[in-house]
Design a protein around this ligand. Structure first.
Ligand code: DER
Length: 232
């Protein structure tokens, strides 16, 4: 089956297995999550569920509003029952690369506030080690004034190169929902992702990395044969 159908299978399986009445749900960003919000809204209507949603981006906020779901935030609900989100790549230890859609900072905040962080993805994200299939590198959100020194520090200390992400439908760099820039770090070889994540975050000017280490509880992969594979 096509990747889009695989995304839908993963999304529906995750929503059907992890959503129940009276929950506060973190809603991720990207394209796979759209299927999850479709299914969530369908279940809320059919089963008259009492669900409140916290978004991880302007995109997620629009999805919540467009589906008539109840919108909230971390001020009102600092502790979420479950967060569901996509990923750019997943390795054998369930370390994720996220941020392909540029929303990694809010996604990591929401994932960190959830009792259960559930990831949904198609078979193209299912890797043994990071970089096998995802070739765009690790996104790093940076304060605009610092993107050059941060880029140089990452390359000097960890190799590869960290490239400023340029916008397609706007002149100049991508500007995040938090008014920051994004560097895509094209790493050259596998790393100790836990150590690298911490070290990169310590560089002055770094807001967040797209390395989600030890955060995902369970990953639902929609497979090419139409099955759903669960890793945890
Ligand atoms: O940008 C992100 O972190 C998204 O969640 C991304 O990793 C998944 O996007 P996709 O579902 O469109 O592949």
């Amino acid at each position: 089956i096509m990747a889009e159908e695989a995304k839908k299978l993963a999304a529906y399986a995750a929503v059907d297995n992890h959503i129940q009445n009276n929950q506060v749900v973190g809603v991720g960003s990207g394209s796979t999550i759209v299927y999850a919000v479709d299914r969530l809204a369908e279940r809320v209507r059919q089963e008259k569920l009492n669900i409140v949603c916290v978004p991880t981006s302007f995109q997620a906020r629009q999805l919540i509003l467009q589906h008539g779901l109840s919108l909230s935030d971390l001020d009102r609900h600092p502790e979420l029952d479950v967060a569901i989100d996509g990923a750019d790549e997943v390795d054998s230890a369930l370390t994720l690369i996220k941020g392909g859609g540029g929303c990694l900072t809010q996604e990591k905040i929401v994932a960190g506030c959830a009792k259960h962080f559930i990831v949904i993805a198609d078979y193209r994200k299912d890797s043994k080690s990071l970089g096998q299939q995802w070739k765009k590198g690790v996104p790093v959100e940076v304060i605009p004034m610092a993107y050059v020194p941060v880029s140089r520090a990452i390359a000097r200390r960890f190799g590869g190169e960290a490239v400023l992400r340029m916008a397609v439908s706007k002149a100049g760099p991508v500007v995040t929902d938090n008014s920051n820039f994004i560097l895509d770090w094209k790493f050259e070889h596998a790393q100790n992702w836990k150590e690298v994540n911490t070290a990169i975050k310590m560089i002055p000017g770094v807001v967040e990395t797209g390395l989600f280490v030890g955060m995902a509880e369970k990953v639902y992969f929609g497979m090419e044969d139409g099955s759903v594979k669960v890793r945890d």
